[in-house]
Design a protein around this ligand. Sequence first.
Ligand SMILES: C[S@@+](CC[C@H](N)C(=O)[O-])C[C@H]1O[C@@H](n2cnc3c(N)ncnc32)[C@H](O)[C@@H]1O
Length: 386
Amino acid sequence: MQNLKLSIEMANTNLANAKTAKNDEFYTQYADIQKEINAYLDYDPNVFRGKTVLLPCDDPEWSNFTKFFAQNFESFGLKKLISTSYAVESKKIKDWKPTLFETESPYYDADKSRTNGKIFILDEDINSDGRFNINDLHWNYLEGDGDFRSDEVKALRDEADIIVTNPPFSLFREFFTWIMEANKKFLILGNFNAIAYKEVFPHIKGNRIWTGNKNFGGGMDMIMPKEIFDANKLKKYHTDKEGNIIQNIMGVVWFTNIDHGRRHEPLPLMTKEDNILYSKHKEIKGKGYVHYENYDAIDVPYSDAIPSDYDGLMGVPRTFLDKYCPDQFEIIGNAEGDAGKELGFKPYPRELRKLNKSLRDGQPYYFDENGVPQKPFGRIIIRKKQ
Ligand SMILES: C[S@@+](CC[C@H](N)C(=O)[O-])C[C@H]1O[C@@H](n2cnc3c(N)ncnc32)[C@H](O)[C@@H]1O
C-alpha cells in the first residue's frame, strides 16, 4: 500500500514536472512581439534609442525576440543588442539537438554545445555593408549554462538598459525579482496569476510596474517546440505557415515598467444610479451593489460596472488591471491572504463555515439574498482617484 501510494505520488510529481518543463519551453510569435513593442513606440518613438537591450532566457535559433530586435536595430536606434540562451543539458527537456546554424559555425564545439549557454551580440557592422542588422549578429559560448542567476548573465543584466523576454514559467517569481533588484526597464511575459504574487502586487499597487498593451482576453498563441510536441496528448493546436506547432495558452499577459498609451485611457463608466437602471449585468440591474461584511467596501463584480461617482472603496476582479488607468483610480490592496489581513479584512466567524467552506481569512465575504455567505473570487481593492 505504502509503495503504491509512493509510486502514485511519484507519477504525479513526474507529470507536474513534465508540465512545468513544457510550460518553460513555449516560444513567442513574432507578430505578438511586434504588436506589443509597437505600443511602446507609439507612446515614445525614442523608447529604445541609444539603449542596450538584453534578451535573456532566449534562444535566438528558435526564438523571435532576437530576430525582431536585430531586424529593427537601426530603426529603433539601438546601441547594443545582447541575447543569451540556456544550455541544452540544463533544460528540463533532454532531447534537444544543436541546429545547423551552430554545427556549421566555425565556433562549434561539440562539448560546449550541450553544456554551455550562448551569447549573441549585435553592436557593430561586422560585414561592413553599411547596415546594422541580423547579419551582424555574432555569437559564442558563455562560460556557464546561461542560467539568468549566474554571475555572467547578471553582469549582462547590469550592463543593459532594457530587458525583454518570455522567461521560464516555473521561475517567474525569481526572474521578476532578478529584474527588480537591478532596477531596469523591462517587458516580460508571465501568467495572469502572477499579478497576485507577493513579489509582484506591491509594485503594481505602487504604479512602479503595470500590465502591457495586449489585453487579457483570448490567451496567447505560442510556439511549441517539436521536441516537446506529442500529437497523442495535445488535442487543440494548429500549425502556422512555417509548420510551427501553435498552442493557445490562456492567461498570458505582459508585465512592464515602460509606458504605453492604453494605460492612460480612462474607462468609460456610468454613475451608480445609471448602473442600477441600465447595467447589462443581472447582479447589478435593479439591485445595486452588495457591501462586504468584513470590510468597508462594495463588491463590483465587473470592471464595466464600476460606478463612476462612488468615492468609497470597491472590490473589483483582478481583470480590472487590464483597464486600469492610474489617473482614474488608485489601487489600495490585494484582498487575499496576508495582504488582505494587513488591509484590515476581519476574520470570518467560524460558524459560517458550515454554510460556505470556501471562506478564507484575508478575503471578503457578503451575504446573498438567502443569507448564505458568498466569497467573491480574486478581488483587489480600488478607489476613485481623489
Ligand atoms: C518560455 S521559453 C521562451 C523562450 C523565448 N524567450 C521566447 O519567448 O521565444 C523560456 C526559455 O528559458 C529557458 N530557461 C529555463 N530555465 C532557465 C534559466 N534558469 N536561465 C535561463 N534560461 C532558462 C528555457 O529553456 C527556454 O528556452
